[in-house]
Design a protein around this ligand. Structure first.
Ligand code: GDP
Length: 369
């Protein structure tokens, strides 16, 4: 008789029967794992050792069940978002499900935004953006889970606002929730890296409960997939090249109407009409930006995508979705946002178009900076 085993990566119950279900581990790997006191499911194992993702997501039913559980609990809700990809961080319908529970909003990946941007302004921006989604956070904290910035402060605020209740940490995949939970665990119990973290979305499967000092729990819920994120359309290598790793250095491009910028082969910006201007690009510092004439841009893309224009590389282009076009009239200084990739800031009085892989959101918002 053997006690039940759980994957130390994702928390799924280990099983050796069904390859396609959660927690699958080949028998031989299981025995080895037990020997080393480190049992991972195959999925987490591959992720840790080969950086490969298996696509596992919450079904719609599981997602509804999760939201209902949150709504009927008496708890503090901690909603982690990625400030670099706000629109891709929104949990659809969250505001309808939280009930009377307060929401503490965590704007993670603070380290990516220019240091010159005042943090108080950034917090206001997060709050306003949340309000526009129907969310009324009780407070907003900016963190960098990666750099361990403000995690102490976050823990203090959690203790202040939870008032002796449980805490539910929710977020869509890829916002850095696992990294943040790992930091929290380190701060509270000293254990390290018990949760799988990766650049790939959809990796935290089961709820993980962290005991708080008064018998209550901090519950890490599974990441919810937000299909509009760029990350879901990219192969691992392209994703690595397109995701900012460090503070973004904005780049200015002087453009006339009729000019186009390509961001690798991932996205495209057309300046259609308006005053000659310096548009400001906020994307991964090493991502290739290529300028060309709009009238030649279609042919240019067809010829050079995957070769001169990368990422994605030539092989990956075969599976890469076509770019879809969105046109906007800009009434005030605004950001043309490519969800998860970054944005281009343009002046009032411009007409612009943004192109992103079909399925990825392109939207216009009031300029953040
Ligand atoms: P989850 O899917 O929300 O659990 O996200 P992960 O914790 O797996 O993180 C997704 C990606 O974002 C990984 O590549 C992390 O290294 C990265 N990441 C997480 N937190 C931060 C952060 O504070 N700053 C930056 N720059 N990257 C982060």
């Amino acid at each position: 008789l053997r006690e039940e085993l759980y994957c130390i990566g994702c928390g799924a119950k280990i099983q050796t029967e069904n390859k396609d279900e959660l927690g699958y581990t080949p028998q031989s790997a299981l025995e080895k794992g037990i020997e080393n006191q480190e049992v991972y499911c195959q999925r987490c194992f591959r992720l840790r050792h080969y950086n490969e993702v298996a696509d596992v997501s919450l079904s719609d039913d599981d997602f509804l069940a999760l939201l209902n559980e949150i709504g009927s609990a008496d708890a503090l809700i901690v909603n982690v978002i990625d400030i670099f990809d706000f629109s891709g961080s929104i949990i659809p319908g969250l505001h309808r499900f939280v009930g009377k529970n307060p929401i503490l909003m965590v704007g993670n990946k603070e380290d990516l935004l220019p240091k010159s941007l005042k943090r108080s302004r950034l917090r206001d921006w997060v709050r306003q953006s949340a309000n526009a989604q129907g969310l009324r956070p009780i407070d907003v904290v900016l963190t960098s889970a990666k750099k361990n910035h403000e995690v102490d402060n976050l823990l203090e605020l959690i203790n202040k606002y939870r008032e002796g209740r449980d805490v539910y940490v929710v977020g869509v995949t890829n916002v850095g929730k696992s990294t943040l939970i790992n930091q929290i665990i380190k701060h509270t119990t000293g254990m390290q890296d018990i949760i799988t973290t990766s650049r790939f979305p959809g990796t935290t499967l089961d709820r993980i409960e962290i005991p708080l000092d008064d018998g209550h729990m901090l519950v890490d819920t599974p990441g919810i997939i937000h299909q509009e994120q760029m990350a879901h359309y990219l192969d691992p290598k392209s994703l690595r090249l397109a995701s900012p790793q460090k503070e973004i250095k904005p780049k200015v491009y002087q453009l006339n109407p009729g000019q186009t910028l390509f961001f690798g082969a991932l996205a495209r910006f057309d300046f259609i009409a308006g005053p000659k201007q310096g548009v400001v690009v906020y994307m991964e510092n090493n991502l290739m930006v290529h300028r060309t004439k709009t009238e030649k841009a279609d042919a240019f893309y067809d010829k050079h995508a995957g070769k001169l224009l990368t990422p994605p590389g030539e092989k990956q282009m075969a599976d890469f979705p076509k770019l879809a076009r969105f046109e906007f009239k800009v009434e005030e200084k605004s950001d043309l946002v490519f969800a998860g990739l970054g944005w281009v800031t343009v002046k009032a009085g411009s007409i612009v178009a943004g192109y992103a892989p079909e399925g990825v959101a392109v939207l216009l918002r009031k300029a953040m900076i």
